[in-house]
Design a protein around this ligand. Structure first.
Ligand code: ZN
Ligand code: ZN
Length: 368
């Protein structure tokens, strides 16, 4: 990514600080730091922080031993000042000396509680706030480069789904199938397999089941929800539902309703609609068919450098959709103890509607 994009993000964060009347943002290692300056620092007990004030140049506070790692990241070419602290100094005191007594400061949402508590103990006269709303406002609107990253992640996980029928068979355990899927997630270009859900039979009715020793049986629905992170940090997440042998008519009818709901929700996406309305479109279709009570989760979540991030597509979220929002559309139904189903794609809100980043067939995939 060109450094201009990081500089632009820092400028926009400063604009958010001014608009919200917050004096400073302190960003510790995590997705916000990676988003703002491209530094994928490992979160450790020593304090590393990007310090962004409204009207001064941002700088990085780093343990001395990590200075070269910080400078090897885009921080070096951005020309940000890197202030270091040694093993016998307190980085919190140093931060206080740099910043003085602020009236307000904000911290990223992934900062360890230990670090926040030390900041609060040092800045006793300062109100500490969450920087999540400020940074989410930036991260929700993906740039063209980020959309391309999500597109490549989507293509990679699609290639894994294309191969699932090779591994999914009666007589194998969910764990065995999950192991094969995990290897393929890496082989197709991800650097980590972040989650592997192979929910067979009654486990398909548990949305966040992972894998178990259950042996897959003829007559099982199998929900396969998988994702990983690409080398640049952008995530994939896609679900398809498979069936071992012939499904009965009731399940097929319900699945067709689910498919229709997923397609209708995707078709509803465009700039200007609310996030909650995407959920409502699918929920109305499922409710009409008597499946509303079985759709027990929101329809989707934002995705980017994290699998789950703003915006959440849930009743009550009246955030108005803008071009560049990227999120999942994943309605499901879950008959506890019996069977469930889910269809999930990642989509981006484009000028003319949804740009769909997962393109494997959405039908029930029958494994003979
Ligand atoms: Zn998802
Ligand atoms: Zn998923």
């Amino acid at each position: 990514m060109i450094n201009g994009e990081y500089a632009d993000r820092l400028n926009r964060l400063q604009n958010e600080l001014r608009a919200r009347d917050v004096e400073c943002a302190i960003i510790s290692p995590g997705p916000d730091l990676r988003y703002l300056v491209g530094y994928d620092a490992v979160p450790l007990e020593r304090l590393t922080a990007l310090v962004v004030r409204r009207d001064q140049d941002p700088y990085v506070l780093s343990p001395f031993l990590e200075k070269s790692a910080a400078l090897a990241s885009p921080i070096g070419s951005l020309g940000l000042d890197v202030q270091t602290w040694t093993e016998t100094e307190s980085p919190y005191e140093l931060l206080h000396r740099h910043l003085g007594d602020l009236s307000t400061l904000s911290v990223d949402g992934r900062m360890w509680a230990d670090k926040l508590l030390r900041i609060q103990a040092e800045f006793t006269a300062t109100a500490t706030l969450s920087a999540v709303p400020l940074i989410s406002a930036l991260r929700m609107r993906k740039s063209a480069g980020e959309i391309q990253s999500l597109r490549l992640a989507g293509e990679a996980i699609d290639r894994v789904h294309a191969r699932v029928p090779e591994w999914l068979a009666a007589g194998r355990t969910e764990e065995e199938v999950g192991h094969d899927i995990g290897k393929a997630i890496l082989a197709e270009g991800h650097v980590t397999a972040d989650f592997i859900i192979v929910g067979s039979g009654p486990n398909s009715a548990s949305p966040h089941h992972e894998v178990s020793a259950r042996v897959i049986q003829p007559g099982d629905a199998v929900v396969v929800d998988i994702g990983g992170s690409m080398p640049d940090g952008y995530c994939s997440d896609s679900t398809r539902t498979y069936f071992i042998g012939e499904p009965d008519d009731d399940y097929l009818r319900d699945f067709e309703t689910l498919h229709r709901a997923q397609v209708a929700a995707t078709a509803h996406v465009r700039p200007g609609v609310t996030c909650e309305s995407v959920d409502a479109v699918a929920r109305d279709i499922l409710t009409e068919a008597g499946l509303g009570d079985l759709f027990i989760h929101r329809i989707g979540h934002g995705i980017g450098l994290e699998t789950h991030e703003d915006p959440y597509l849930v009743t009550g979220n009246t955030t108005v959709m803008e071009t560049g929002f990227a999120f999942s559309i994943e309605p499901g139904f879950y008959r506890e103890g019996k069977a469930g189903a889910r269809i999930e794609d990642i989509v981006v809100c484009g000028e003319d509607g949804a740009i769909v980043l997962n393109n494997r067939p959405r039908d029930l995939i029958v494994i003979d």
